[in-house]
Design a protein around this ligand. Structure first.
Ligand code: ADP
Ligand code: ZN
Length: 739
């Protein structure tokens, strides 16, 4: 049942009915409510302490959710300690279970009846309205003529296009000359499609691409489970390798599933697949409405689709016989769902491949520590693409020490002299620049110069980020969206000395516009892309070279392929370093390597300029040399020494409460139960780094160990003993965020 936290429920099959198929939907009573759920299988033995209610109604006479997807969700539910119903609901399109009948968009189709055909024939013979029979208007006669040529009928939009309104059709229907039927239409998901499809070019694979294919194709054809990690530097042409693999697998009669972090950010990949496979591709992107997702799910379920491209949840697409599962940019954190079930799309993709005896391909220029370790340990096949296609050079990267820069030009320098000169040179040459600052807003905070107070979110333990709206200054909480005007005087001491400190993308945009007033500037961050479609539009403008300078957060670092970008600037490259997160080095290295990789992808060599207050940090220096292996070797030592993943596995448990004491008390009692088990370390409980979030207090503890099963079972037992904590607990297995 799609009810949070509940385990499996048992119902009785009425004596006169057959056992419903696993995967079929049924309607049952949950408390006083009738709800739709999915049959998982026969219960081993009924617990006679309860009265077992009968199934109210069986909705499907065969599996609605395919058995392999049911099995996959069962695995997710167990591995991530999430309710089976909530997991199943996450695997289906929105309202997938609650929709009793499949809601499809239909279109009115008008076709001639026998009498209508007769009349049309007579009209044709007389070329004027015949004397006998009903008198028809000019439009009506015209409609009959049109319909005569289309025995299957014409849709209302087509008729309207030819100037025939529904009134004319209705009149003909009333005369018995036309019959109306309603045909189901699959909404075309490409209505709001991703950028213009790239022209299909049949080019030869590079030597490295060919070498990669020589290793991967036999794995795909083996029809047994295997995982390959493609470590390919930015611009090495990984997409072409995916395409050729996909083609081979599809030709062999099996399906292809490809996960991407966010289609709007990498429209080219989807467009290339679309160009190569046409209608056989389903592309799931964030622009789709619920109804469109629904239609697409059914299209895939019916077997109309061979290739599915989508974000995280597409891993559950009901594609039959997957033979290849690709996870592009496998390092991307958007693969992790941050609400229950807190699954990692890449790891679920691997299980999907395992259940389907398929090849799983993970690709990245900056693989996660986890995946690269698995590759080095021989669990995955490692395939490397070390050069850019056509021997294009990697960009030259240099670091600007911002301490020295500020000493020379003043404390509030945002862009260094070197970066300003670089942008100016690109403008002169008609080339494009990207500027990354992974922090949105205008200023990081306002602070009282007299008492050092900042303005805090009333709901969260975080200070408000300052945004400029026209002439007004606002503080906004980036966690709960709380918004209020920035006060003129300090709320604590009433002193009139509120000062803005730190800066974000809005400030960079203001600086760039001031320095280059005639340049065409665009900004991409979560504030600018709230409006649906605006991200796609901005990126399309960049691709059409209608933008000279694109400013943005990590969104602009993803897999874009803009050949005219020859300069990438990074402001405050150390933003993420020093956060209370053991992955901050890895994240910084990935972000800098990826964004630098956006430069010089065309025929001209690229350059990246990285500004930092910590120019000697290894995450920054190694991103400059773009030396992944050196970074991995350095980082893995630190992880091992600190006993962090991938050396150990972790589970993060957060307990919420109305007061801090409530939260701590709950965490203590749960942790106390878990401590009864052995085989792992338990750290905490302690206040969570975000002690307050959306009005709730939070305490957390961690489990650390090498055996996930042991940790899972200990937690499961603890949770069942402390069932009263119920909804106040969130469990995150393999957490990506420590907050
Ligand atoms: P990656 O994803 O590895 O960063 P892409 O797949 O985006 O790299 O490819 C980089 C660029 O190289 C793209 O513009 C792509 O069209 C081009 N490319 C890829 N393979 C070839 C090839 N075999 N011949 C010519 N150009 C290629
Ligand atoms: Zn808040």
């Amino acid at each position: 049942m799609p009810v949070p936290a509940l385990g499996l429920l048992t119902y009785r099959v009425p004596a006169d009915q057959p056992m419903p198929s696993a995967g079929a939907r049924v309607m049952v009573l949950v408390g006083p409510r009738t709800m739709t759920g999915v049959v998982l299988g026969e219960a081993a033995a009924a617990d006679t302490a309860y009265t077992i209610k009968p199934i109210t109604q069986v909705v499907d006479d065969h599996a609605f959710v395919p058995p392999d997807i049911v099995k996959l969700t069962e695995w997710v539910s167990e591995y991530y300690l999430a309710g089976p119903g909530a997991t199943l609901a996450a695997a289906l399109p929105p309202h997938g279970l609650t929709a009793r009948t499949d809601r499809f968009k239909t279109v009115r189709v008008a076709a001639l009846t026998a009498a209508g055909l007769d009349m049309a024939d007579r009209l044709a013979a007389h070329s004027a309205v015949p004397a006998e029979g009903p008198r028809l208007g000019r439009r009506q006669a015209e409609a009959l003529r049109l319909l005569q040529g289309s025995p299957d009928g014409l849709t209302a939009p087509v008729l309207a296009d030819r100037g025939i309104a529904s009134a004319a059709v209705n009149a003909l229907t009333a005369l018995g000359l036309v019959a109306i039927r309603h045909d189901r239409v699959d909404r075309d998901p490409f209505e709001h499609a991703v950028s213009a499809a790239a022209p299909h070019v049949d080019r030869a694979a590079t030597d490295e691409q060919q070498a990669a294919l020589d290793r991967l194709l036999p794995m795909a054809h083996a029809r047994s489970f295997g995982v390959a990690l493609i470590h390919g530097v930015t611009g090495s042409g990984k997409t072409e390798v995916y395409l050729r693999l996909a083609e081979a697998v599809r030709t062999s009669g099996r399906g292809v599933l490809m996960l991407v972090p966010e289609i709007a950010l990498t429209p080219q990949v989807a467009a290339l697949f679309r160009a190569r496979f046409g209608e056989a591709v389903a592309i799931q992107h964030s622009g789709l409405s619920d109804g469109e997702r629904h239609d697409q799910w059914h299209r895939i379920r019916r077997g109309d689709v061979d290739v599915v491209i989508g974000t995280r949840s597409a891993v559950f697409a009901p594609l039959a016989r997957p033979g290849l599962v690709i996870v592009d940019e496998e390092h991307d954190t958007s693969y992790k769902q941050d609400e229950t079930p807190r699954y990692h799309g890449r790891d679920v993709a691997i299980m999907r491949g395992k259940f389907a005896s398929a090849l799983v391909v993970l690709g990245s220029a900056t693989p996660t520590m986890e995946s690269y370790t698995n590759a080095l340990e021989g669990k995955y096949t490692l395939v490397s693409l070390n050069r850019r296609v056509l021997d294009r050079p990697l960009p030259g990267v240099s670091v600007i020490n911002m301490r020295e820069e500020m000493a020379a030009t003043g404390e509030d320098a945002v862009l260094s002299r070197r970066l300003i000169a670089g942008i100016g040179a690109r403008l002169d040459r008609g080339e494009q620049s990207l500027i990354l600052l992974n922090r949105r807003g205008f200023a990081t905070a306002v602070i009282c110069r007299q008492c050092s107070a900042t303005i805090e979110c009333p709901n969260c333990s975080i200070s408000l980020t300052i945004h400029k709206h026209g002439a007004h200054w606002h503080g906004r909480c980036h966690y709960c969206n709380f918004l209020k005007p920035v006060p003129k005087t300090c709320e604590k001491c009433a002193a009139p000395y509120m000062e803005r400190v730190g800066f974000g993308t809005e400030r960079v945009e203001a600086e760039v516009r001031r320095l280059f007033p005639s340049a065409r500037v665009a900004r991409v961050d979560r504030d600018t892309v709230r409006r649906k479609g605006s991200l796609v539009q901005t990126l399309a403008r960049v691709a059409r070279r209608e933008v000279d300078i694109l400013i943005g957060t990590q969104m602009i670092a993803k897999g874009h392929d803009f050949p005219e970008v020859t300069l990438v600037g990074v402001i405050s490259a150390d933003v993420g370093l020093g956060l209370a997160d053991f992955r901050s080095n890895e994240r910084t290295f990935q972000l800098l390597t990826q964004v630098a990789g956006r430069a010089g992808r065309g025929t001209r060599r690229g350059e990246a300029i990285i500004q930092s207050l910590l120019p000697n940090h290894y995450a920054i220096t190694l991103a400059c040399t773009q030396d992944y292996r050196q970074f991995y070797d350095t980082e893995v030592k630190y992880r091992r020494a600190m006993r962090y993943p991938p050396h150990v596995a972790m589970v993060n448990v957060v307990v919420r409460g109305q007061t801090f004491e409530d939260a701590m008390q709950g965490a203590r009692s749960l942790a106390g139960e878990a401590r009864n088990a052995r085989g792992f370390a338990l750290l905490g409980p302690a206040p969570a780094p975000l002690t307050r979030l959306r009005g709730e207090h939070r305490a957390q503890f961690f489990l650390k160990g090498t055996n996930r099963r042991v940790m899972r079972e200990a937690l499961q037992l603890a949770l069942s003993r402390k069932a009263s904590l119920g909804k106040r607990v969130s469990v995150d297995v393999d957490p990506l965020s420590m907050l």
